[in-house]
Design a protein around this ligand. Structure first.
Ligand code: PLP
Length: 383
């Protein structure tokens, strides 16, 4: 199968029963009608079937990461958006005696730097430009010079630009230097292949509303069992205590505090639909096809992507503002919005960009609808 030229059609009409915009963003995303319908139930948090659903979800997440409890990995679900999951891991796994190296080439790397500051975690930051990543020798040298480094923290798909960072290479460095590896795989897990064990990942964080195509409400954490044990009694907060959350889920299958029941029901349906689609490989192929069609269409209209192709991931694409005074992002955004299309503003520190996501319940037909709308708006603005 040539995933680059294959045309992807979403069988079900996207949201035939609503007037919702199509969301070309990094989340929340457009979801299938069936995922939304799965939420139409009020269930109690101690309900037997619901507790079983939570167990199934945790097991399935480990399977997607090519690991299992028997192989020494655990899955923890944490209420809140993705950031809550990242903060739970950083504030539960890293103690006062530790020193964390943070690799940052975008806003999500910087967000973890902020967390380290807030929690008083000793840290050193290896920063590169937003369209680059550090080479292995540069990372090795930095780690060697970060006195007493114990942990390495990095982002897989840095959603700021859409760059796909080489986590496997970072994993080899962490393994060689004996560092615990924590990966923010928020916008890649479920679509971009990453073998958690082979890549030496100790903690991986993602969320319900990115590549799995559920609705927002919780984050998911995959943790190596032995590393999780070391988090006991170490958390700096009560609600984001990763170890206590895991213990609660293991002991009686329940969340310690009110679970996002509707989001979990939607997520179970989203996992079924991921499987029906053909699993993460098929989902990757659809996103890559979306991203390629989007980029070709935008380039044909004269828009220029920020990243070189070989660093561009399939999740989200940053486009430079056209170099003309006629372009005004807010007008561009509003004109697309009025045509049922939602795009995303840029988040780059040095270049003016807007972003268009290629994830969610979207295929070729939806990308073409977006391109048609951009074509109209381009004329309207006289670009
Ligand atoms: C979406 C995302 C997050 C979490 O953002 P929330 O708004 O808290 O869900 C973190 N890291 C990356 C790379 C992301 O794409």
């Amino acid at each position: 199968m040539n995933m680059m030229t294959e045309t992807i059609t979403i069988k079900e009409q996207v949201m035939p029963d609503t007037e919702d915009n199509l969301l070309f963003t990094p989340g929340p995303l457009s979801t299938s009608t069936t995922v939304k319908q799965a939420m139409m139930h009020d269930v109690g948090s101690r309900d037997g079937a619901f507790v079983e659903t939570v167990r199934e979800i945790r097991k399935e997440i480990l399977r997607l990461a090519h690991v299992s409890q028997d192989a020494g990995y655990e899955c923890i679900l944490m209420q809140g958006s993705g950031t809550f999951g990242v903060e739970s891991v950083l504030s539960s796994a890293i103690g006062p005696e530790h020193h964390v190296v943070i690799v940052a080439n975008g806003a999500y790397g910087e967000r973890m730097v902020r967390m380290a500051e807030v929690h008083g975690i000793r840290h050193s930051v290896l920063r590169t430009n937003e369209d680059e990543w550090p080479t292995v020798p540069a990372l090795e040298k930095f780690v060697a010079n970060a006195h007493g480094a114990t942990h390495l923290v990095a982002v897989h798909s840095e959603t700021t630009t859409g760059i796909l960072n080489p986590i496997e290479a970072y994993g080899a460095v962490a393994n060689k230097a004996g560092l615990v590896l924590i990966v923010d795989a928020m916008s890649s897990f479920g679509a971009v292949p990453l073998h958690v064990a082979k890549a030496h990942v100790d903690f991986l964080i993602s969320s319900s509303n990115k590549c799995i195509e559920g609705v927002p409400g919780f984050s998911l954490i995959i943790a190596r069992h032995d590393q999780l044990q070391r988090c006991k009694g170490r958390a700096r907060t009560l609600s984001l205590d990763l170890y206590a959350q895991w213990k609660g889920l293991e002991d009686n299958g329940q969340f310690r505090f009110t679970p996002p029941t509707h989001a979990l029901l939607a997520f179970r349906q989203a996992l079924c639909e991921l499987e029906e689609e053909g699993g993460p490989t098929a989902r990757y192929a659809r996103y890559a096809c979306n991203q390629r069609r989007l980029t070709e269409g935008m380039c044909a209209m004269g828009f220029v992507p920020y990243l070189p192709t070989y660093r561009q991931g399939p999740i989200i694409t940053s486009f430079l503002y056209p170099e003309t005074a006629k372009f005004d992002f807010n007008r561009f955004y509003a004109a697309l919005d009025s045509r049922g299309i939602t795009i995303y503003p840029g988040k780059l520190s040095k270049a003016d960009c807007f972003r268009i996501g290629s994830i969610g319940h979207l295929g070729t037909a939806e990308i073409d609808r977006l391109l048609d709308a951009v074509r109209e708006v381009r004329c309207e603005m006289g670009l």
